[in-house]
Design a protein around this ligand. Structure first.
Ligand code: G3H
Ligand code: ZN
Length: 279
């Protein structure tokens, strides 16, 4: 069923379990992520980024498909708007029935990040929608990797108090859209952030993090773990192999199907890495 994001993330944070938050581009991603979560018997977050919405040209059609996929799932599934910089897009997601949103003002100066995020939090909380924000910009979204970015624990605690956010994305060494899984995370900083910040922490750019480091990040205090690029690598790899093996193939189902199956298997594997299954 469709679930609240807090209902999934809050108990996971208390138990030091991870929550897999996987990005959806096509419908096949949503189907694969849900199938993978069902096989792992773990709750999951389906997220649509503002960039993916731009690709589709509108939020409503793909959101309807993702929400419907969540409602019929055998495990709790939250639907989340990822990396929104537009307050209008956030408002539309709230109207459409999303479980949560990430409002990303991390590129703005601290005071402006606080002010704009607090406004979004007020609007979302009035509708019962959970909000994630970001402090200390995790790089890579524009192709420019900045693995040196770090979030200061004291500033993070002040930011959480000033904005009322439900979860905080922090910079601890990862970077978006990495094609190699060799990011170096600052595990001491994760532990310091966990101790300083009362709300659950979110790791972005998790595709660049090796399996054992993902597990350690969760053990040290990361809860929501955002993964996009790794699923696209797996999806595209399966599609490419299928097309290479069958040059005469034209039915899109014959190559998207193997991509979807491969993503489901990878999601199940990653949810075990994240210790995402409730006891
Ligand atoms: O918000 C989404 C993520 O942070 C995903 O990053 O594509 O590097 O896994 P990734
Ligand atoms: Zn991200």
């Amino acid at each position: 069923p469709l679930a609240g994001t807090g209902a999934i993330v809050t108990p996971a944070a208390r138990a030091a379990r991870g929550v897999g938050a996987f990005n959806v581009i096509q419908l096949e991603h949503a189907q694969a992520i849900v199938a993978g979560a069902e096989a792992a018997e773990a709750p999951v977050v389906l997220q649509l980024s503002e960039n993916a919405v731009r690709y589709h040209g509108a939020l409503a059609p793909i959101a309807a498909a993702v929400l419907a996929t969540a409602r019929t799932a055998a495990v709790p599934v939250a639907v989340h708007l990822d990396h929104a910089t537009s307050a209008e897009l956030v408002a539309e997601a709230v109207r459409l029935g999303f479980s949560s949103v990430m409002f990303d003002a991390s590129a703005l100066p601290y005071e402006e990040n606080v002010r704009t995020t607090a406004e979004v939090v007020a609007h979302c909380h009035a509708a019962g929608v959970w909000v994630e924000a970001e402090l200390g910009e995790v790089g890579g979204k524009d192709g420019v990797h900045a693995p040196g970015a770090r979030t200061d624990p004291a500033e993070a605690a002040a930011f959480a108090a000033a904005t009322g956010v439900d979860a905080l994305a922090v910079a601890v060494g990862s970077s978006h859209a990495m094609l190699t899984r060799d990011a170096v995370l600052d595990f001491d900083l994760i532990a310091d952030l966990r101790a300083a910040v009362p709300v659950p922490l979110v790791l972005h750019g998790s595709s660049g993090v090796a399996d054992e480091h993902l597990t350690r990040a969760v053990e040290r205090g990361m809860t929501k773990v955002n993964i996009a690029t790794q699923l696209n690598r797996v999806f595209t790899g399966a599609v490419r192999r299928t097309l290479d093996d069958a040059p005469a193939l034209v039915d899109t189902r014959r190559y998207l199907g193997p991509g979807r199956t491969a993503v489901a298997t990878e999601v199940t594997r990653l949810l075990h890495v994240l210790k995402a299954r409730p006891a």
